[in-house]
Ligand binder design. Sequence first.
Ligand code: SF4
Length: 358
Amino acid sequence: MSKRPLPPGIEPISADEARRLIRQTDPEGLAALMARAKAVREAVHGNEISLCGITSAKSGRCPEDCGFCQQSAHFKDTGAPEYPMIGADEMVAQAKLAEQAGAREFSIVASGTRVSKEAELAALEEAVRRIRAETTLEPCASLGLMRRPELARLKAAGLMHYHHNLETARSHFGNVCTTHAYDEQLETVRAAKELGFELCTGGILGMGETPDQRVEFALTLRELDVDCVPVNFLNPRPGTPMADVKAITAEECLAAVAVFRLMMPAAHIFVMGGREVNLGDRQDLIFEAGADGTMVGNYLTSAGLTPEQVVAMIRGQGLAVRPTGAPERWAFRGQAPGETAWNTRAPEGDRPRLSVVR
Ligand code: SF4
């Protein structure tokens, strides 16, 4: 899903204005900021909300040390599942469940520095081909610091989007990860862009960064000309170095989403993981703050709302689920299944119990 053209009169805000606005967390200032961001979302992206689903195709045993991540081998007793790459059949089956739940994009996510083994690449190629042939989904993959030849193979197989989160601002990255460099991430993202992928690149807020660093991060995303920005809020995971990080406030979360929208009006802003723990029963405010997309189903190592709850949250705001490019073939029939067997590899037991449906 590529960026939208900007209607006349809508321009990205400057870095100075972004640094001023991201501090507007008092009730009146935040309400005004969100109203402005919502108006931009409506003018550029309309009143439809895109849903994205993922599958955790390979989990745990990662040699990297991202401080928020349960899947790093550097941290013990995190409780993250550990398994090798699932096969193409299971990837396709997961994609079909996501499609039934309303997703228009589906990402195959693998732990580890990168995917380079032949058998794993072949499984991904087969899954991507079949997802293109058997569903209406736009396939995406999140496979780490991929290099150009492997990315080119996946592009040839029909992969449409490449996801790689930068996680945070360059000036804060050393506090988050020490096993790879920010520039290595930029190399992967730029290679994907040059190969013609639509870029899905964002990160996690609330990892100890300052408000100015959130703006610095968004400026990098803007320079990279990303198509879609997944915004996550830290959900401190047990056993990780960030297990005890104090959450940022709901107001800070919403101000950041609104500022990202105003800085990148043409891009899709998806609010993803951590909305449950950071926004509680006001998760629907992400759309008021300018988001035009969100995740449906479970995350990699934590539970999300059920598809039914997500669809109800969107409709409760007077919004609709954005159809795929071929709505007549789309498996979503307007009624999301409640519980599914999709992406249930995430640890159970921490499914949020929220009253988002009012
Ligand atoms: S975020 Fe990705 S690269 Fe970092 S530790 Fe987790 S699985 Fe590994």
